[in-house]
Structure formats: structure tokens, C-alpha cells
Write a protein that binds this ligand. Sequence first.
Ligand SMILES: Cc1cc2nc3c(=O)[nH]c(=O)nc-3n(C[C@H](O)[C@H](O)[C@H](O)COP(=O)(O)O)c2cc1C
Ligand code: SF4
Length: 451
Amino acid sequence: MSKTKLLLKNIDVEGIRFYETYRREGGYRSVEKALKTMSPDGIVDEVKKSGLRGRGGAGFPTGLKWSFLAKPTGVPRYLVVNADESEPGTFKDRYLMEFLPHLLIEGIIVSSFALGCNCSYIYIRGEYLWIAEILEQAISEAKNKGWLGKNILGTGFDCEIHVQLGAGAYICGEETALLESLEGKRGNPRIKPPFPAVKGLWDCPTVVNNVETIAAVVPIINDGGYEYAKIGIGKSTGTKLISACGNINKQGVYEIGMDISVEEFIYSDEYCGGIANGRKLKACIPGGSSVPILPANLLLKTTKGEQRMMTYESLSDGGFATGSMMGSGGFIVLDDKQCVVKHTYTLARFYRHESCGQCSPCREGTGWMEKILLKIENGKGNMSDIDLLWDIQRRIEGNTICPLGDAAAWPVAAAIRHFRDEFEWHITHPEMCLKKNFGIANYAKPIETVV
Ligand SMILES: Cc1cc2nc3c(=O)[nH]c(=O)nc-3n(C[C@H](O)[C@H](O)[C@H](O)COP(=O)(O)O)c2cc1C
Ligand code: SF4
């Protein structure tokens, strides 16, 4: 089991949020190393060697993504850091930015140098107003000390960082909606291709990366890509921040080496500390609200009987039939008292609200799923409603401009797949659903799959 901490290793140092302490603890070393001793291509190679995968959700290899960036002459290139973090259950970027703002700034400077960007943006969700202020303060500290601005370290490299607040829309975390919003327009996703690497912000080549991805560039440059790749298993290299919430004893943000099992993550005192109030584990959504829910038995072991590990590969083992995804690392744990139908309804409501409305399957389908789920949850459903729900989610998945449609469909599909008996139970026991809680029935059928 790896207890290596790379990003959060100094999180407990008093005053680490401020420049003097951060610098005293070895901060900005990677900038010195990168700008004075490495070439931009050398940095991209190091990131490739590290095996770093995007931490925003899709897990795309970062070095490869960087190498796609178009480099026409006379056209600026941009680095945009995605700090929108609106996925329910995900709160790791907020933690990183609030307590280690200079780590992100350091990562941006090195990444900008590698990509040939002189101007970068941090697009942060509107609700994180106080964190935007923390970032602004850290940026001005870095500027005063010569880490930002013109001719950094006398190398001729210029770098500026701007913080832009969103207005609180989940869809603005999708990279092309984010770019639209950054340009001052309504945050509607763009049709791809062209991808941002070719035509991004102001139609210029742009790299969009998650906060954690950019922060991870710092230890990669300090220690070397191969050292970073030694942590973890297979193609899940390095460390990953996991925001753990729900019915566990210790909610919080944990940095894990990706070589621990899901069981260890849930039950060890180092991390979640087990299920709260002595209850049993019923299910978990391991990667933020949009990834498939897994019942306890499939969460802890794959269908081959192997321990499920906290890696991209292991969490998705079995595809969506029996697996899920690492996603953004939002780990939501449900105990045996929780009602999956109510839970799925709550998510459907969220996705209906956040759909931008550009494509019909998402705009109409999310609304229908919400209505049908509420009907079942309130004990007014028919058996045919379950099949109708299944049909609607199937017609959304893969048929929309952006992946929000999939994100809305997957939770519904997985809930029906693994907890169909619970849906049926709501329909056959309407009297139990009349026990109202804030207007919504709150009754979980006792199930046998709990661990
Ligand atoms: C609806 C939606 C919301 C998203 N929200 C975020 C987000 O808040 N933060 C993030 O980094 N990526 C988010 N993504 C993924 C981004 O589109 C993009 O893939 C990511 O920022 C790329 O960074 P990475 O390669 O470092 O992971 C979202 C995607 C979708 C479809
Ligand atoms: S899938 Fe939904 S959120 Fe994405 S573009 Fe279509 S309507 Fe908008």
C-alpha cells in the first residue's frame, strides 16, 4: 500500500497558503528547473513518461494531449485551468486551491512554458468566490517575487495568470462550454471537432486541464516522470485526490497512491474509517455523480472475484454492466438505510436543471426521467415505468453534443441495472412510499446485497 503524498505533502505546514512558507518548503523549484535547464519539448516528454492522466474525469493522457496542441506562427496559445468543479460529490480541487494556491500557480508556470503559452486562465465556479480571492492574492505574491510577469528568471519567458469566475452552471465545466463562457457568451458546449487544441479560446490553440492535473506537473518535474510513474499500478500512475463523502466516518479529501483496494480505502482509519453509525455498506458512486453506482458486492470485488482497486482500470473493469469509473474522484458512499430510487431521482433533477437545452435527447429526456423517477419514488409508478425509464436513458446516451447527456443517463441505467428490485418494491408497496420526508418519499427497501 502506497502512502506517498506528492500534492498534499505540506498541507499541514502552518501558513503554506502564503508565499514565504511555500517557498521555504521548496516551492517554485520546478519553475527554476524547467525554465533554466529544460526545453519545452523536454517537459512534455517528462509528462508523457510520468503516465499522468487528466484528473478532470475522462482520464486522457496529459502528455499526449499537450502534444496535440497546434503551433501556428503568430497566433497566441492558451492554457485554461478548469476549476469549475460542479460535479456533485467532487470537492478536491477546491481543497487544493484553498490551501495550496501556489502549487497550482507553480504548475501553471511550468505547463505554460512547456506549451508556449504566455497567458493562462483559471476558470473557477462562481460559488468559490473566497477561493478566487485566495488565488488572486497568491498570484500577486508570485508576481511581486518575479515568478510571473515579464522575463521570468531572466529567461525571456513571460507568463500571466487571470482568474475568471463562472456564474454557477455545471455545464461550464465541460471544456468547450467553459471556453464560450470565458469569451463572455452563454456556456453552450461547442460541436467537436474542431477540438480546443486546434480552435479553442478566441479561436486560438488551447489546452484545457483540470486543477489537479496541472498541480501534478510540479512533482513530475521535480522528481522526474519515471519516479512519478513508479507509484500506482499499470496505466494508473502517480497519486490521485479523492473527495470522500456520504455515510462514512471520515469525510474529506485524501491523496492516495493508486495501488490500494477499494475495501482498504473505505474501511481503513487512514482514509474513510468505515461506514458511519455501525451501519452496512450498500452501494457507492466512486467517481462523481455521473458515473454508474455499484452495489457493495461489485464495488469490493470484480466479477472475476478479484479485489477492486482504486485504479482507472479496476474501477471500470467489467464495463458498465458490472463496473464503474474513476471519473473525477468524487467517492459517494451509501449505507443500507439509503433509498436508491430517491437518490437517483435527486441526481436526475440535478441533470435536468443543468442541461443547457441545445439537444433534444438531453433537454427532453432529462425532464422525463426526473418526472418518472419522482412518480415511482412517491409510490405512484407502474411496472412499465421502469422500462420506459430504461428506454429514455438509452436514447440519450451517445446522442448528444456533449457528455452531459451521458452523465444524466448513466446513473439511471446503473440504478435500474443493479437495483431493479428496489424500483419494483416502490411500485408494489405504494403505502410505504407515502411516508413523506420534505415532500418526497424516503423509504429504502431492505436489501440483501449489503456488506
Ligand atoms: C458536464 C461536464 C462537466 C465537467 N466539469 C468538469 C469540471 O468541473 N472540472 C474539470 O476539470 N473537468 C470537467 N469536465 C471535463 C472537461 O470537459 C475536460 O475534459 C477536462 O477539464 C480536461 O482536463 P483533464 O484532461 O486535465 O482532465 C466536465 C465535463 C462535462 C461533460
Ligand atoms: S448534452 Fe445536454 S448539456 Fe450537452 S449540449 Fe446537449 S443539451 Fe446541452
